[in-house]
Design a protein around this ligand. Structure first.
Ligand SMILES: N[C@@H]1[C@@H](O)[C@H](O)[C@@H](COP(=O)(O)O)O[C@@H]1O
Length: 244
């Protein structure tokens, strides 16, 4: 288990950005999964900035989003599709066919989930997955008590996030919101994972993830069992760890 504690925000973003760039330089046709949120926005933008100064070949790389918000327009600023497009995908000139996302709207999410998994498999599986961490230990939209052997599925989001998205999208209470996400089994099948967490609000989840038992109460704890997972933390999120 490799734990890296960055000393500044810049160092944090730089380490993560170079994980993505290094993967592409090493394997131009790599399949790379990204997460959205406050933790990853700046590191995504840093990849774009480095690319604009020192362009590298991005024509064969596939990017995909780990999860998506259900029942909102894809163009909504808080939809993962739009976040990733504006933070990194457009900056790297990635073609539409090489940017895979689960849909925000579908008549058959089960079918969409299977198609998404199949497309990733067809491209050779996940080479690198950058994972964010929820305050309650969630991965993607796999909340506590999600099946550890699960495939991609439609599930719930945490109530605070749901409340914010409902407000921002003017979604009426009778319309259900949710999240669609790769399952924990799919996540564990990635060849390499970098889990990124920063801020004191993540400190308890980081402790549970790294020092607690492997349990579906804390989905991220399953990463203890992954053969190639690096945990990139900042000083605040690492503050509750007993061994540094
Ligand atoms: N569905 C997303 C996750 O993919 C993300 O990793 C997590 C952390 O977000 P943040 O970095 O904003 O704390 O939040 C959301 O729930």
């Amino acid at each position: 288990m490799k734990i890296t504690i960055a000393k500044s925000e810049k160092e944090f973003d730089c380490i993560a950005a170079w994980q993505i760039i290094g993967e592409i330089l090493n394997k131009p046709e790599a399949v790379i999964g990204l997460s959205t949120g406050r933790t990853t926005g700046n590191l995504h933008r840093m990849v774009g900035e480095i690319y604009s100064c020192y362009p590298f070949n991005t024509s064969a790389v596939t990017f995909f989003g780990l999860d998506e918000v259900v029942n909102v327009p894809r163009e909504y600023a808080g939809a993962c599709y739009t976040m990733l497009k504006t933070e990194i995908i457009d900056a790297l000139g990635i073609k539409d066919e090489n940017f895979l996302m689960l849909p925000t709207v579908s008549d058959d999410f089960g079918k969409a989930c299977r198609a998404f998994q199949e497309e990733i498999a067809k491209r050779g599986g996940i080479d690198l997955l950058i994972l964010g961490l929820g305050e309650n230990g969630h991965l993607g939209f796999n909340q506590p008590h999600s099946p550890l052997g699960g495939d991609a599925w439609v599930t719930k989001m945490n109530p605070e996030l749901e409340e914010r998205i409902r407000r921002e999208t003017h979604t009426p209470p009778e319309k259900e919101l949710g999240g669609v996400t790769l399952g924990i089994k799919n996540i564990m099948q990635a060849r390499r994972i970098v889990l990124v967490a920063k801020g004191s609000n993540k400190a308890e989840a980081v402790k549970q993830m790294l020092e607690g038992p492997v349990t579906s109460d804390v989905p991220a704890s399953v990463l203890q069992l992954h053969p190639d997972c690096e945990f990139l933390l900042d000083v605040a999120s690492a503050a509750k760890l007993s061994e540094k």
